[in-house]
Design a protein around this ligand. Sequence first.
Ligand code: SF4
Ligand code: MSK
Length: 650
Amino acid sequence: MGKERKENKEKSVDPAVKKLLKKSSREGVETIWDRSDGQTPHCRYGEQGLCCHICYMGPCRISFKGKGPKKGVCGATAEVIVARNFARMIAAGAAAHSDHGREVAQTLLSAAKDSDSGYSIKDTNKLKKVARVLGADVEDRPKEDIAFEVAKRSIENFGQQVGEVDFIKNAPETRQALWRKLNVAPRGIDREIVETMHRTNMGVDHDHQNIMLQAARTALADGWGGSMIATELQDILFGTPSPLRGQVNLGVLSEEDVNIIVHGHEPVLSEMLVAASRDKDLLDLAKSKGAKGINLAGICCTANEILLRHGLPIAGNILQQELALSTGAVDAMIVDVQCIMPSLPEISKYYHTKIVSTSSKAKIVGAIHYEFSERNALETAKEIIREAIENFPNRDNVDIPKEKMDLIAGFSHEAINYMLGGRFRESYVPLNDNVINGRIKGVAGIVGCCNPKVTHDRSHVSLVEELIGNNILVVQTGCSAIACAKAGFLIPESAEKHAGRGLAEVCKAVGMPPVLHSGSCVDNSRILIALSEMVRVGGLGKDISELPVAGAAPEWMSEKAISIGHYFVASGVFTIFGVGLPVIGSKTFSDHIFKEFEKIFGGMWATEPDPSKMAALIIDHINEKRRNLGIAKGKERVLYDMEMRRELEI
Ligand code: SF4
Ligand code: MSK
């Protein structure tokens, strides 16, 4: 028992996870942690970025010590191999976010053209705002006409061959000028991804610095292109988020209701499921099967999307998807794209859960497939929910952990503007004023995934606790936001309990938590817009790189995270990744992105697995920016002792 507890404690800090790991283990169900153990130790060549398999003269590896090979068969050096691998991760991550953006743009086009599409325009103000950025006329035009032009122009941004992606106009002028000077302003989203794949083919670009410039152009095409299109157009279609209450963790599953989990990334599907779950005929059907109602909950970024717009509960972050099935209480898990484990159908064999795939791009052997498109959206959503209801009587072996926590989410850029300035003087001025007067020392974006190589949720929770304790306002997205919500940081009361005095005063005055949940991974583009707004309002320098801000992904795992990290760095933000980075095999390359980048972009990469050291790096960086701005004063860092650290355990 003692040994079992110790093992589980190392796997996660979340008690709900620990309980279900024991249940899974008792029932012989293999989880991600078992498979991760089976892969340990991981290949060191791969971990350090030193394995190349882009042509079949290889695969080649560069030896990190001794007499082993120092070049690939073609002559590629360590820095070339590392750069090509890193750039390809960026291209793949940018492709995933951008394909999401493309789907949303197509959906907006359908909504504008076809009144039977099932989708409509919910936020006309946002539509007009986006239209102005795209240069579309908004006066005296029906909203459908404006939406048609916005969708068409957005779609053109993907295939554009020359010019610039439109949304880079949202960045400060100084930053745009730097991108043009460096020749990294993205021309078209698809073009940059394709060019990165070309340049990193065998025998093309052999200059690691040149590769990283193109990688920056590709990442910027994601952050200020594909991801921003996804976020902005989703707001037009489904509404711009504003603060609302919700609940999080596996305890949101219900013994009495039909539990349906939506999992993946694109709200185009989940929005329809939300609508279908409120259908009277389906609610009656659920009652006829002995259920009280229908409980729709989410996992991963889809969870964040439906939370932000409807207040629907979140069952957990990425590492909890298998454990949700192990509760025995999930009647259907409906998935679309990204972060979905192929193991789900295998695990569902032990329970009654139906795994339903919905995208032609993402089928899973063993899942039931319902093809979902804008044309058949509501009908398909109803059919899937009917399938889940019919499955409710088959439940067996149910054990739902009690753990659940309240949270407030929905801090879009617009909501922050309104919350700080009020309806009649919406503005970031109060935020900048509080940064200048030192109540808030700076702002940190803490985002990204979870990774079974490190204790689940621990780095997210420890890092964020230490930052808010040091008066740094934290903005979050993705699985990191879910981790900190479970720890209780996303309620206003947490300001009193965890935040430093200055930050707590601001939070109490405004009624906000010290940790602001801004959405899913594509919504990191909201953070880019918020940073640009801080520059525009004035008093904190002329560029994002002058702001006292930083970014981190403490438990990252996805190629998408690398793309996000790179667009933050290329936008001027100091960005730290936990776990490790597949670049350390080349000192030349590491020095380039950890040191030389600052002179090029005003932002740079760092890696640090220890969350306390990561906090120290962020705090030091913010203090340095404050000194450069001439606004530094007072105590610089609260050091955490062991007792304070133990309190971080949730
Ligand atoms: Fe080896 Fe060069 Fe081929 Fe890479 S491209 S596998 S380093 S020969
Ligand atoms: S990417 S943050 S694992 S959902 Fe959105 Fe997936 Fe979570 Fe990374």
